[in-house]
Design a protein around this ligand. Sequence first.
Ligand code: ADP
Ligand code: MG
Length: 222
Amino acid sequence: MLRFVNLQYRVGHNLRLITVSATIAGGEVLLVKGPSGAGKSTLLRILARLQPFDAGELYYSGETWRAISPQRWRQSIHYLAQQPVMFSGTVLDNLQKPFQLAVNKGKTLDMNLLGDNMARLMLPREMLAQEARTLSGGEQARVALLRAVLLKPQVLLLDEPTAALDGQSQQAALDYLSRWLGAKPGRGMALVSHRDDQDVFHRVQTLFINAGEGGAVARTAM
Ligand SMILES: Nc1ncnc2c1ncn2[C@@H]1O[C@H](COP(=O)(O)OP(=O)(O)O)[C@@H](O)[C@H]1O
Ligand SMILES: [Mg+2]
């Protein structure tokens, strides 16, 4: 699905060089771990093609990123930032909004999927009529997750999606993601996480990004 080989990028005021390689195959999750400031969020933004990298290769479905337009990239690979963005309007407005964008032309909101997925994320149906910006941080995080999944991407790039959640809703969100990953072949995920999330998923690789020089080591933990 998504593969990067000797991908190099620089982070921080001293422009520390990081080199990373990994392959996310169908049904797999890549957990990105490392201390604060190590460059985890930067890696996800690079994989989303929101910022450039210095050297190395990046492939989606065997094709180099150079051969894929940013628009086509984003139709398949969806990035969710650490801080959820809520537009003014109701929760339903927020879930519908992406379908009005040119990049999502041809996609339509699946209302059956919406109802079913809200329940799994412990979001009550009545919340659809609520002003999105009045939701709690944890509720916003789950609405943002739902919005990402409703767009039916192949690959989800998630930056600490459960950080704002309490124990019970965190477990629900992780179960939800694990289920999403396994529900259709060819789905993949990269997940920045400080927690021990690997137990929830079946096929997990962990990429550690060190704070020191030299970058990162990937190891596979099944
Ligand atoms: N937009 C930016 N401009 C300049 N420096 C940045 C920017 N974003 C992040 N950094 C710096 O790059 C380094 C890595 O940041 P980040 O990838 O967010 O780390 P992590 O997600 O692992 O905590 C940090 O030193 C951070 O201060
Ligand atoms: Mg970060």
